[in-house]
Design a protein around this ligand. Structure first.
Ligand code: PLP
Length: 452
């Protein structure tokens, strides 16, 4: 069945998978030639086609091929590309004014976004926010805030964590290639401790939460010293590390330890937040109320916006002028965020994320039974993944993962890979995707698996 969406990419963008050339087609190949001669090689490409229009659950390329979108531009266009409310509000803002600098002359949309963040994030304490341009910038600022508030310096992060590509956030990120390789020296006073990764926990998944928490706490206590620690920063579902859901009980234990020791608990929900995992925020699943929460990606339907939201007394520790940036909380991006939040609320996109899990997870689990290259199916809501292994072992199989992704791309399914070992295929469809497209995308994946 082909359905039309009412705005994205214009009313004429059919919600269908359609291949009219080889992938990449001739126009994409020509553009790729131009890209190669003028864009730095360090800016990589996952799928070598150039986008022309996108919306709902599809992305159309310049050759007229239409791909089912299981990536959402890395968990960004959760409301779909060019979502109606995002376009409407951002367009109105564009026509009023584009920039004053929030630190020079404030404007209402900035305040409205902060009011929404106070309402939507976990906990009913007094909250305040500051807005930035990128996720990395939000994480850096969370660290700045935590350091001023605690008058301590050390920051604790976790194995497989990812927090960005700026100098401080590279230090917080665990994976060398490609994020850190050759880019040092890195910022000091960063300490990495174990995370409860059930699939790869040496003694098995049963005691993973307890053992990992005990090890992490022991290292923090004995090696770093609790009185030196300003913040622990953790993703409630680890994204670039491989869609790792820390074993149940791990996060609450770390949060409790932080609370007992005056350490600021920072939840990095940049990838897992904004309805992606079936709640507004993933940490709600274990009743965690972070002191600070960082958001970006899904917040503004594709426009660059990020935030730190947290306890008012922590946020207000910083002196006036200590937080900001020329573009942080740009009015067009704020308007887009308000459109995005409106869409999530009115269309119950958290519910849609749970429905996506209901459709996808059983089918992925069936594939795992049939194809031993799938070591584990995991994730929740519309943040799902399969971890690929050499059959009969737990040895990571990045080659099979890359081959599977390529095969999907050539069949009209946009998928992304991830993981410390490069062996995780992740699924991040827009939350507004039609169920027919979800099923068809899974058919493509299954076909590609059978030919692997
Ligand atoms: C993407 C991401 C970041 C960095 O966000 P940018 O906007 O790319 O700077 C930080 N933390 C997590 C968990 C992310 O997924």
């Amino acid at each position: 069945m082909t359905t039309m969406t009412d705005t994205p990419g214009g009313p004429s963008l059919p919600q269908e998978r359609r291949l009219v050339t080889e992938v990449p087609g001739p126009k994409s190949q020509e553009l790729m030639g131009r890209k190669r001669s003028t864009v730095a090689d360090g800016v990589g490409t996952v799928m070598p086609v150039f986008a022309r229009r996108a919306g709902g659950g599809v992305l159309e390329d310049v050759d007229g091929n239409s791909f089912i979108d299981f990536g959402s531009g890395i968990a960004v266009t959760s409301v779909g590309n060019s979502a109606e409310a995002v376009v409407r509000r951002a367009t109105a803002q564009l026509e009023s004014f584009t920039h004053t600098c929030a630190m020079v002359t404030p404007y209402e949309p900035y305040v409205e976004v902060c009011e929404e963040l106070a309402r939507l994030t976990p906990g009913d304490h007094a909250k305040k926010s500051a807005l930035f341009n990128s996720g990395a910038e939000a994480v850096e600022n969370a660290v700045k805030i935590a350091r001023v508030h605690t008058k301590r310096q050390a920051v604790v992060v976790f194995d497989h964590g990812y927090h960005g590509r700026t100098n401080l956030t590279m230090a917080l990120t665990s994976k060398d290639m490609p994020y850190k390789h050759g880019f040092g020296p890195f910022a000091p006073e960063i300490y990495r401790v174990p995370v409860a990764y059930p699939f790869r926990w040496l003694t098995g998944p049963e005691n993973c939460a307890e053992e990992a928490a005990a090890q992490a706490i022991d290292q923090i206590t004995k090696q770093v010293g609790v009185d030196n620690v300003a913040a622990v920063v953790i993703e409630p579902v680890l994204g670039e590390g491989g869609f790792i859901e820390p074993a149940k009980g791990f996060l609450p234990r770390i949060a409790e330890f932080a609370r007992e020791n005056g350490i600021v608990f920072v939840a990095d929900e940049i990838q897992s937040g904004f309805c992606r995992t079936g709640q507004w925020f993933a940490c709600e699943d274990e009743g965690i109320v972070p002191d600070l929460i960082t958001t970006a990606k899904g917040i503004a339907g594709g426009l660059p916006l990020a935030a730190v939201t947290g306890r008012a007394e922590i946020m207000d520790a910083v002196h006036a002028g200590g937080l900001g940036g020329t573009y942080g909380g740009n009015p067009v991006a704020c308007a887009a965020a308000l459109g995005s939040i409106e869409t999530m609320r009115e269309q119950d996109l958290a519910g849609r994320a749970r429905r996506i899990e209901e459709v996808m997870k059983p089918r992925l689990q069936k594939m795992a039974e049939q194809y031993p290259v799938i070591g584990e199916v995991r994730g929740r809501g519309a943040m799902l993944a399969i971890e690929l292994v050499k059959p009969g072992t737990k040895d990571p199989h990045p080659e099979a993962t890359a081959a599977l992704a390529k095969a999907c791309h050539q069949e009209g399914l946009l998928v992304l890979t991830t993981g410390t070992y490069g062996n995780v295929m992740r699924f991040l469809p827009p939350l507004v995707i039609g169920e027919n497209l979800l099923e068809e995308g899974l058919d493509v994946l299954e076909g590609a698996l059978s030919r692997l």
